[in-house]
Design a protein around this ligand. Structure first.
Ligand code: UD1
Length: 431
Protein backbone atom coordinates (compact mmCIF):
# COMPACT_ATOMS: atom_id res chain seq x y z
CA UNK A 1 0.00 0.00 0.00
CA UNK A 2 1.34 3.42 -0.95
CA UNK A 3 2.53 5.88 1.66
CA UNK A 4 3.59 9.49 1.48
CA UNK A 5 6.71 10.75 3.22
CA UNK A 6 7.04 14.44 3.99
CA UNK A 7 9.96 16.26 5.53
CA UNK A 8 8.50 19.53 6.74
CA UNK A 9 9.82 23.05 6.96
CA UNK A 10 10.14 24.04 3.27
CA UNK A 11 8.52 27.22 1.98
CA UNK A 12 6.51 26.76 -1.21
CA UNK A 13 7.39 28.81 -4.27
CA UNK A 14 6.27 28.54 -7.88
CA UNK A 15 3.14 27.52 -9.73
CA UNK A 16 0.56 24.85 -9.08
CA UNK A 17 -1.88 24.00 -11.89
CA UNK A 18 -5.44 23.45 -10.67
CA UNK A 19 -7.27 20.43 -12.08
CA UNK A 20 -10.88 20.08 -13.17
CA UNK A 21 -13.29 19.70 -10.25
CA UNK A 22 -13.91 16.14 -9.12
CA UNK A 23 -17.31 17.09 -7.70
CA UNK A 24 -18.40 18.44 -11.08
CA UNK A 25 -16.78 15.74 -13.22
CA UNK A 26 -18.64 12.92 -11.41
CA UNK A 27 -22.22 14.23 -11.93
CA UNK A 28 -21.32 15.38 -15.45
CA UNK A 29 -20.24 11.85 -16.28
CA UNK A 30 -23.53 10.57 -14.86
CA UNK A 31 -25.42 13.05 -17.08
CA UNK A 32 -24.22 11.00 -20.05
CA UNK A 33 -26.94 8.47 -19.11
CA UNK A 34 -29.55 11.02 -20.20
CA UNK A 35 -28.77 10.91 -23.92
CA UNK A 36 -28.02 8.36 -26.62
CA UNK A 37 -25.66 10.91 -28.19
CA UNK A 38 -22.06 11.54 -27.29
CA UNK A 39 -21.21 13.71 -24.29
CA UNK A 40 -17.66 15.06 -24.40
CA UNK A 41 -16.12 16.31 -21.17
CA UNK A 42 -12.87 18.25 -21.22
CA UNK A 43 -10.57 18.97 -18.30
CA UNK A 44 -11.55 15.81 -16.43
CA UNK A 45 -9.12 15.15 -13.57
CA UNK A 46 -7.25 11.87 -13.56
CA UNK A 47 -8.49 10.47 -10.26
CA UNK A 48 -9.36 7.09 -8.82
CA UNK A 49 -13.02 8.17 -8.38
CA UNK A 50 -13.31 9.19 -12.03
CA UNK A 51 -11.94 5.88 -13.22
CA UNK A 52 -14.19 3.93 -10.86
CA UNK A 53 -17.28 5.84 -11.99
CA UNK A 54 -16.40 5.23 -15.64
CA UNK A 55 -16.38 1.49 -14.82
CA UNK A 56 -19.71 1.75 -13.00
CA UNK A 57 -21.29 3.61 -15.93
CA UNK A 58 -20.04 0.97 -18.35
CA UNK A 59 -22.28 -1.56 -16.54
CA UNK A 60 -25.27 0.59 -17.43
CA UNK A 61 -24.24 0.74 -21.09
CA UNK A 62 -22.08 3.86 -21.23
CA UNK A 63 -19.07 3.43 -23.54
CA UNK A 64 -16.21 5.79 -22.99
CA UNK A 65 -12.98 6.74 -24.64
CA UNK A 66 -10.25 9.10 -23.56
CA UNK A 67 -8.07 11.42 -25.57
CA UNK A 68 -5.97 14.50 -24.85
CA UNK A 69 -3.54 12.26 -22.97
CA UNK A 70 -0.75 14.01 -21.22
CA UNK A 71 1.79 13.63 -24.00
CA UNK A 72 2.28 17.31 -24.81
CA UNK A 73 5.00 19.68 -23.72
CA UNK A 74 3.40 20.91 -20.51
CA UNK A 75 1.29 18.00 -19.41
CA UNK A 76 0.37 19.79 -16.22
CA UNK A 77 -2.13 22.04 -17.86
CA UNK A 78 -3.99 19.31 -19.67
CA UNK A 79 -6.98 17.64 -18.16
CA UNK A 80 -8.17 14.63 -20.03
CA UNK A 81 -10.96 14.67 -22.59
CA UNK A 82 -13.48 11.89 -22.12
CA UNK A 83 -16.23 10.91 -24.54
CA UNK A 84 -19.25 9.10 -23.09
CA UNK A 85 -21.97 7.47 -25.15
CA UNK A 86 -24.96 5.65 -23.67
CA UNK A 87 -26.57 4.46 -26.90
CA UNK A 88 -28.78 2.05 -24.94
CA UNK A 89 -29.22 1.54 -21.24
CA UNK A 90 -28.36 -2.13 -20.89
CA UNK A 91 -28.73 -2.50 -17.12
CA UNK A 92 -30.71 -0.37 -14.68
CA UNK A 93 -29.23 -1.93 -11.54
CA UNK A 94 -26.40 -0.28 -9.65
CA UNK A 95 -25.09 -3.00 -7.33
CA UNK A 96 -24.00 -2.61 -3.73
CA UNK A 97 -20.36 -3.49 -4.55
CA UNK A 98 -20.19 -0.36 -6.70
CA UNK A 99 -22.33 2.18 -4.83
CA UNK A 100 -20.71 1.33 -1.50
CA UNK A 101 -17.31 2.18 -2.98
CA UNK A 102 -18.40 5.57 -4.24
CA UNK A 103 -21.39 7.35 -2.84
CA UNK A 104 -21.81 9.68 -5.79
CA UNK A 105 -22.68 6.69 -7.97
CA UNK A 106 -26.06 6.70 -6.17
CA UNK A 107 -26.82 9.73 -8.37
CA UNK A 108 -27.41 7.41 -11.36
CA UNK A 109 -30.87 6.86 -9.83
CA UNK A 110 -32.55 9.97 -11.29
CA UNK A 111 -31.04 9.74 -14.79
CA UNK A 112 -31.75 5.97 -15.10
CA UNK A 113 -35.32 6.50 -13.97
CA UNK A 114 -35.84 9.38 -16.38
CA UNK A 115 -34.32 7.63 -19.39
CA UNK A 116 -35.22 3.97 -18.85
CA UNK A 117 -38.33 4.35 -16.68
CA UNK A 118 -36.92 2.23 -13.87
CA UNK A 119 -33.88 1.82 -11.68
CA UNK A 120 -32.63 -0.42 -8.91
CA UNK A 121 -29.84 1.30 -7.03
CA UNK A 122 -28.20 0.09 -3.86
CA UNK A 123 -28.39 2.29 -0.79
CA UNK A 124 -24.86 3.62 -0.22
CA UNK A 125 -24.65 2.28 3.33
CA UNK A 126 -22.55 3.62 6.18
CA UNK A 127 -19.90 6.18 5.55
CA UNK A 128 -16.88 7.34 7.48
CA UNK A 129 -18.26 10.86 7.88
CA UNK A 130 -21.70 10.26 9.30
CA UNK A 131 -24.88 8.50 8.33
CA UNK A 132 -25.50 10.49 5.11
CA UNK A 133 -29.10 9.47 4.33
CA UNK A 134 -30.76 9.70 0.87
CA UNK A 135 -34.25 10.79 1.91
CA UNK A 136 -34.00 14.10 0.02
CA UNK A 137 -33.12 12.32 -3.23
CA UNK A 138 -36.17 10.09 -2.84
CA UNK A 139 -38.46 12.96 -1.86
CA UNK A 140 -37.51 14.82 -5.05
CA UNK A 141 -37.95 11.85 -7.37
CA UNK A 142 -41.28 10.92 -5.77
CA UNK A 143 -42.49 14.45 -6.45
CA UNK A 144 -41.70 13.82 -10.14
CA UNK A 145 -44.08 10.85 -10.00
CA UNK A 146 -41.68 8.00 -9.28
CA UNK A 147 -42.92 5.05 -7.27
CA UNK A 148 -40.21 4.08 -4.82
CA UNK A 149 -39.74 1.01 -2.63
CA UNK A 150 -36.84 -0.12 -0.53
CA UNK A 151 -36.10 -3.80 -1.06
CA UNK A 152 -33.17 -5.73 0.39
CA UNK A 153 -30.95 -2.67 0.65
CA UNK A 154 -31.92 -1.37 -2.78
CA UNK A 155 -33.98 1.60 -3.87
CA UNK A 156 -36.37 0.25 -6.48
CA UNK A 157 -37.87 3.08 -8.50
CA UNK A 158 -40.40 3.12 -11.34
CA UNK A 159 -41.52 6.07 -13.43
CA UNK A 160 -45.26 6.46 -14.09
CA UNK A 161 -46.70 5.61 -17.50
CA UNK A 162 -45.59 8.29 -19.91
CA UNK A 163 -42.49 9.06 -17.85
CA UNK A 164 -41.56 11.43 -15.04
CA UNK A 165 -43.48 14.68 -14.91
CA UNK A 166 -42.40 18.13 -13.77
CA UNK A 167 -43.34 19.20 -10.24
CA UNK A 168 -42.49 21.61 -7.45
CA UNK A 169 -39.84 20.16 -5.15
CA UNK A 170 -39.11 21.92 -1.89
CA UNK A 171 -35.92 20.60 -0.32
CA UNK A 172 -36.20 20.69 3.49
CA UNK A 173 -32.40 20.85 3.67
CA UNK A 174 -29.72 21.85 1.16
CA UNK A 175 -28.20 18.79 -0.47
CA UNK A 176 -25.73 18.86 -3.34
CA UNK A 177 -26.38 15.24 -4.34
CA UNK A 178 -30.17 15.45 -4.13
CA UNK A 179 -30.11 18.62 -6.24
CA UNK A 180 -27.97 16.87 -8.89
CA UNK A 181 -30.25 13.84 -8.90
CA UNK A 182 -33.51 15.78 -9.26
CA UNK A 183 -32.03 18.32 -11.69
CA UNK A 184 -30.84 15.58 -14.04
CA UNK A 185 -34.11 13.64 -13.82
CA UNK A 186 -36.18 16.82 -14.36
CA UNK A 187 -34.27 17.61 -17.57
CA UNK A 188 -35.84 14.54 -19.12
CA UNK A 189 -39.27 14.88 -17.47
CA UNK A 190 -42.46 16.24 -19.04
CA UNK A 191 -43.18 19.87 -18.17
CA UNK A 192 -41.64 22.24 -15.67
CA UNK A 193 -39.92 21.34 -12.41
CA UNK A 194 -39.09 23.92 -9.77
CA UNK A 195 -36.51 22.96 -7.16
CA UNK A 196 -36.64 25.24 -4.14
CA UNK A 197 -33.83 25.40 -1.60
CA UNK A 198 -31.56 23.86 -4.25
CA UNK A 199 -27.83 23.64 -3.56
CA UNK A 200 -25.99 26.64 -5.02
CA UNK A 201 -22.57 24.99 -5.20
CA UNK A 202 -20.68 25.95 -8.39
CA UNK A 203 -20.57 22.27 -9.37
CA UNK A 204 -24.39 22.20 -9.49
CA UNK A 205 -24.29 25.26 -11.75
CA UNK A 206 -21.70 23.55 -13.94
CA UNK A 207 -23.93 20.50 -14.39
CA UNK A 208 -26.91 22.78 -15.15
CA UNK A 209 -24.86 24.58 -17.83
CA UNK A 210 -24.02 21.26 -19.42
CA UNK A 211 -27.67 20.12 -19.33
CA UNK A 212 -28.59 23.38 -21.11
CA UNK A 213 -26.10 22.51 -23.85
CA UNK A 214 -27.81 19.12 -24.05
CA UNK A 215 -31.14 20.85 -24.70
CA UNK A 216 -32.79 21.33 -21.30
CA UNK A 217 -34.05 24.80 -20.43
CA UNK A 218 -32.96 25.86 -16.95
CA UNK A 219 -33.48 29.20 -15.21
CA UNK A 220 -32.05 30.35 -11.91
CA UNK A 221 -28.64 28.68 -12.30
CA UNK A 222 -26.49 29.61 -9.32
CA UNK A 223 -29.53 30.51 -7.17
CA UNK A 224 -31.53 28.41 -4.71
CA UNK A 225 -34.53 28.19 -7.06
CA UNK A 226 -33.97 26.16 -10.22
CA UNK A 227 -36.66 26.08 -12.91
CA UNK A 228 -36.20 23.23 -15.36
CA UNK A 229 -38.22 22.66 -18.48
CA UNK A 230 -37.72 19.04 -19.39
CA UNK A 231 -37.30 17.64 -22.88
CA UNK A 232 -38.42 14.37 -24.53
CA UNK A 233 -34.85 13.73 -25.47
CA UNK A 234 -31.53 15.37 -24.74
CA UNK A 235 -28.68 15.70 -27.19
CA UNK A 236 -24.94 15.31 -27.05
CA UNK A 237 -22.74 18.22 -26.04
CA UNK A 238 -19.19 19.25 -25.24
CA UNK A 239 -18.46 20.72 -21.84
CA UNK A 240 -15.32 21.93 -20.06
CA UNK A 241 -15.25 20.96 -16.36
CA UNK A 242 -14.77 23.98 -14.08
CA UNK A 243 -11.61 24.24 -11.91
CA UNK A 244 -11.59 22.45 -8.57
CA UNK A 245 -12.28 24.98 -5.80
CA UNK A 246 -11.48 22.45 -3.08
CA UNK A 247 -8.10 21.67 -4.60
CA UNK A 248 -7.54 25.42 -4.94
CA UNK A 249 -8.42 26.03 -1.31
CA UNK A 250 -6.30 23.12 -0.14
CA UNK A 251 -3.14 24.45 -1.80
CA UNK A 252 -3.98 27.98 -0.67
CA UNK A 253 -4.08 26.79 2.96
CA UNK A 254 -0.89 24.78 2.43
CA UNK A 255 0.98 27.87 1.19
CA UNK A 256 -0.32 29.93 4.10
CA UNK A 257 0.86 27.14 6.40
CA UNK A 258 4.42 26.84 5.10
CA UNK A 259 4.89 30.44 3.98
CA UNK A 260 5.97 31.24 0.46
CA UNK A 261 4.51 32.57 -2.76
CA UNK A 262 2.62 30.43 -5.29
CA UNK A 263 0.32 31.06 -8.23
CA UNK A 264 -2.58 28.62 -8.42
CA UNK A 265 -2.89 28.43 -12.15
CA UNK A 266 -6.38 28.26 -13.61
CA UNK A 267 -8.00 28.83 -10.19
CA UNK A 268 -11.07 31.06 -10.03
CA UNK A 269 -11.32 33.23 -6.95
CA UNK A 270 -15.08 33.73 -7.16
CA UNK A 271 -15.60 29.99 -6.62
CA UNK A 272 -14.29 30.22 -3.06
CA UNK A 273 -14.61 33.80 -1.84
CA UNK A 274 -15.49 32.85 1.74
CA UNK A 275 -12.56 30.49 2.15
CA UNK A 276 -10.11 32.96 0.62
CA UNK A 277 -11.47 35.82 2.78
CA UNK A 278 -10.88 33.59 5.80
CA UNK A 279 -7.38 32.88 4.58
CA UNK A 280 -6.71 36.60 4.25
CA UNK A 281 -7.83 37.09 7.85
CA UNK A 282 -5.12 34.64 8.89
CA UNK A 283 -2.56 37.05 7.43
CA UNK A 284 -1.98 35.57 3.98
CA UNK A 285 -2.05 37.61 0.79
CA UNK A 286 -4.62 36.59 -1.80
CA UNK A 287 -4.50 38.19 -5.20
CA UNK A 288 -6.27 37.52 -8.49
CA UNK A 289 -3.84 37.40 -11.41
CA UNK A 290 -4.15 36.79 -15.13
CA UNK A 291 -3.07 33.17 -14.58
CA UNK A 292 -5.28 32.42 -11.59
CA UNK A 293 -4.91 33.23 -7.90
CA UNK A 294 -1.66 34.10 -6.13
CA UNK A 295 -1.26 33.16 -2.48
CA UNK A 296 1.63 34.41 -0.34
CA UNK A 297 2.66 34.60 3.27
CA UNK A 298 6.03 35.95 4.25
CA UNK A 299 7.20 35.70 7.80
CA UNK A 300 4.14 37.10 9.55
CA UNK A 301 2.39 35.02 12.20
CA UNK A 302 -0.74 33.01 11.45
CA UNK A 303 -3.70 34.85 12.98
CA UNK A 304 -6.44 32.67 14.52
CA UNK A 305 -9.87 32.72 12.82
CA UNK A 306 -13.12 31.05 13.82
CA UNK A 307 -15.62 29.76 11.28
CA UNK A 308 -18.56 27.43 10.84
CA UNK A 309 -19.09 25.35 7.74
CA UNK A 310 -22.12 26.19 5.59
CA UNK A 311 -23.53 25.30 2.18
CA UNK A 312 -22.21 27.49 -0.66
CA UNK A 313 -21.46 30.40 -0.57
CA UNK A 314 -20.45 29.76 3.06
CA UNK A 315 -17.20 28.17 4.24
CA UNK A 316 -17.10 24.68 2.62
CA UNK A 317 -17.05 21.60 4.80
CA UNK A 318 -14.55 20.14 2.33
CA UNK A 319 -11.96 22.73 3.50
CA UNK A 320 -12.66 22.45 7.21
CA UNK A 321 -9.86 19.97 7.95
CA UNK A 322 -7.33 21.99 5.93
CA UNK A 323 -8.16 25.18 7.86
CA UNK A 324 -7.83 23.25 11.10
CA UNK A 325 -4.34 22.10 10.11
CA UNK A 326 -3.36 25.75 9.54
CA UNK A 327 -4.88 26.83 12.86
CA UNK A 328 -2.74 24.33 14.79
CA UNK A 329 0.12 26.84 14.38
CA UNK A 330 -1.91 30.05 14.83
CA UNK A 331 -0.94 32.75 17.31
CA UNK A 332 -3.95 32.11 19.54
CA UNK A 333 -7.15 30.10 19.78
CA UNK A 334 -9.70 29.41 17.07
CA UNK A 335 -13.01 27.56 17.00
CA UNK A 336 -14.25 25.56 14.03
CA UNK A 337 -17.85 24.38 13.95
CA UNK A 338 -18.90 21.65 11.51
CA UNK A 339 -22.58 22.02 10.64
CA UNK A 340 -22.85 19.85 7.51
CA UNK A 341 -21.58 16.41 8.52
CA UNK A 342 -21.41 14.63 11.85
CA UNK A 343 -18.14 12.79 12.59
CA UNK A 344 -16.12 14.96 10.27
CA UNK A 345 -13.38 15.43 12.84
CA UNK A 346 -11.41 12.24 12.32
CA UNK A 347 -8.32 14.24 11.45
CA UNK A 348 -8.23 15.64 15.01
CA UNK A 349 -6.66 12.55 16.58
CA UNK A 350 -4.08 12.36 13.81
CA UNK A 351 -3.20 16.07 14.03
CA UNK A 352 -2.77 15.53 17.78
CA UNK A 353 -0.08 12.95 16.98
CA UNK A 354 1.95 15.77 15.46
CA UNK A 355 1.54 17.85 18.62
CA UNK A 356 -1.60 19.86 17.82
CA UNK A 357 -3.71 21.04 20.76
CA UNK A 358 -7.36 20.46 19.79
CA UNK A 359 -10.41 19.93 22.04
CA UNK A 360 -13.63 18.55 20.62
CA UNK A 361 -17.01 19.48 22.04
CA UNK A 362 -20.05 18.33 20.06
CA UNK A 363 -19.93 19.79 16.59
CA UNK A 364 -17.09 22.18 17.42
CA UNK A 365 -13.33 22.02 17.80
CA UNK A 366 -11.23 24.48 19.75
CA UNK A 367 -7.71 24.73 18.45
CA UNK A 368 -4.95 26.35 20.48
CA UNK A 369 -2.04 27.26 18.29
CA UNK A 370 1.27 25.66 19.25
CA UNK A 371 4.81 26.83 18.49
CA UNK A 372 5.88 23.73 16.60
CA UNK A 373 4.50 20.49 15.22
CA UNK A 374 6.69 17.40 15.11
CA UNK A 375 6.56 14.82 12.32
CA UNK A 376 5.08 11.40 13.12
CA UNK A 377 3.48 8.44 11.37
CA UNK A 378 -0.22 9.15 10.78
CA UNK A 379 -3.17 7.50 9.08
CA UNK A 380 -5.35 8.96 6.34
CA UNK A 381 -9.01 8.39 7.23
CA UNK A 382 -10.98 10.12 4.51
CA UNK A 383 -10.31 12.33 1.56
CA UNK A 384 -10.28 15.80 3.12
CA UNK A 385 -8.91 14.62 6.45
CA UNK A 386 -5.91 13.07 4.71
CA UNK A 387 -4.95 16.22 2.95
CA UNK A 388 -5.03 18.13 6.24
CA UNK A 389 -2.32 15.73 7.39
CA UNK A 390 -0.26 16.66 4.33
CA UNK A 391 -0.56 20.33 5.29
CA UNK A 392 0.39 19.59 8.89
CA UNK A 393 3.30 17.44 7.69
CA UNK A 394 4.59 20.29 5.53
CA UNK A 395 4.62 22.55 8.61
CA UNK A 396 6.06 20.01 11.03
CA UNK A 397 9.69 19.57 11.99
CA UNK A 398 11.11 16.26 10.78
CA UNK A 399 9.46 13.40 8.97
CA UNK A 400 5.75 12.63 8.67
CA UNK A 401 4.69 9.35 7.09
CA UNK A 402 1.08 9.22 5.89
CA UNK A 403 -0.38 5.76 5.56
CA UNK A 404 -3.47 4.72 3.55
CA UNK A 405 -3.01 7.40 0.92
CA UNK A 406 -5.55 5.80 -1.40
CA UNK A 407 -7.97 8.26 0.16
CA UNK A 408 -5.89 11.10 -1.29
CA UNK A 409 -5.80 9.52 -4.73
CA UNK A 410 -9.59 9.60 -4.84
CA UNK A 411 -9.60 13.38 -4.94
CA UNK A 412 -6.19 14.96 -5.51
CA UNK A 413 -4.47 14.61 -8.84
CA UNK A 414 -0.68 14.14 -8.58
CA UNK A 415 -0.58 15.87 -5.22
CA UNK A 416 3.02 15.02 -4.36
CA UNK A 417 4.21 16.06 -7.81
CA UNK A 418 2.44 19.42 -7.67
CA UNK A 419 3.83 20.17 -4.21
CA UNK A 420 7.38 18.98 -4.87
CA UNK A 421 7.56 21.19 -7.95
CA UNK A 422 7.13 24.09 -5.52
CA UNK A 423 9.92 22.95 -3.23
CA UNK A 424 8.13 20.66 -0.79
CA UNK A 425 10.01 17.57 0.34
CA UNK A 426 7.32 15.04 -0.34
CA UNK A 427 7.49 11.64 -1.98
CA UNK A 428 5.35 8.60 -2.57
CA UNK A 429 6.63 5.24 -1.41
CA UNK A 430 4.94 2.48 -3.36
CA UNK A 431 4.27 -1.05 -2.28
C1 UD1 B 1 -21.33 16.61 -1.79
C2 UD1 B 1 -19.86 16.57 -2.13
C3 UD1 B 1 -19.02 16.54 -0.85
C4 UD1 B 1 -19.38 17.71 0.05
C5 UD1 B 1 -20.89 17.77 0.27
C6 UD1 B 1 -21.33 19.03 1.03
C7 UD1 B 1 -19.65 15.42 -4.24
C8 UD1 B 1 -19.22 14.21 -4.97
N1 UD1 B 1 -19.58 15.37 -2.91
O1 UD1 B 1 -21.67 15.43 -1.08
O2 UD1 B 1 -17.64 16.60 -1.21
O3 UD1 B 1 -18.75 17.57 1.29
O4 UD1 B 1 -21.59 17.78 -1.00
O5 UD1 B 1 -20.90 20.17 0.38
O6 UD1 B 1 -20.04 16.41 -4.84
N2 UD1 B 1 -28.54 14.79 3.58
C9 UD1 B 1 -29.72 14.29 4.06
N3 UD1 B 1 -30.53 13.60 3.21
C10 UD1 B 1 -30.20 13.39 1.89
C11 UD1 B 1 -28.99 13.91 1.41
C12 UD1 B 1 -28.16 14.60 2.27
O7 UD1 B 1 -30.04 14.47 5.23
O8 UD1 B 1 -30.99 12.76 1.18
C13 UD1 B 1 -27.64 15.54 4.49
C14 UD1 B 1 -26.25 14.91 4.63
O9 UD1 B 1 -26.26 13.90 5.59
C15 UD1 B 1 -25.43 16.11 5.03
C16 UD1 B 1 -26.08 17.26 4.25
O10 UD1 B 1 -27.38 16.80 3.91
O11 UD1 B 1 -25.59 16.36 6.40
C17 UD1 B 1 -25.34 17.66 3.00
O12 UD1 B 1 -25.09 16.54 2.19
P1 UD1 B 1 -25.02 16.61 0.61
O13 UD1 B 1 -24.97 18.04 0.20
O14 UD1 B 1 -26.08 15.76 0.03
O15 UD1 B 1 -23.61 15.94 0.34
P2 UD1 B 1 -23.19 15.03 -0.89
O16 UD1 B 1 -23.97 15.44 -2.09
O17 UD1 B 1 -23.21 13.61 -0.48
Amino acid sequence: MDRIRITGGQRLKGTIPISGAKNAALPLMIASLLTSDRLTLKNVPNLADVNLLARILRNHGVDHSVDGKRANADPHLLGETFHFTARDIVDTTAPYEMVSRMRASFWVLGPLLARAGEARVSLPGGCAIGTRPVDLHLLGLKALGAEIDIDAGYVVAKAPKGGLRGARVVMPKVSVGATHNVLMAASLARGETVIENAAREPEVADVAQCLMKMGAKIDGIGTSTLRIEGRDRLEGATHHVLPDRIETGTYAFAIAATGGDVVLEGARKELLETALDTLQQTGATVEETAEGVRIARNGNAIEPVSIETQPFPGFPTDLQAQLMALMTRAKGTSVIRETIFENRFMHVQELARLGADIRLHGDSATIRGVGTLRGAPVMATDLRASVSLVIAGLMADGETMINRVYHLDRGFERLEEKLSRCGAHIERLTG
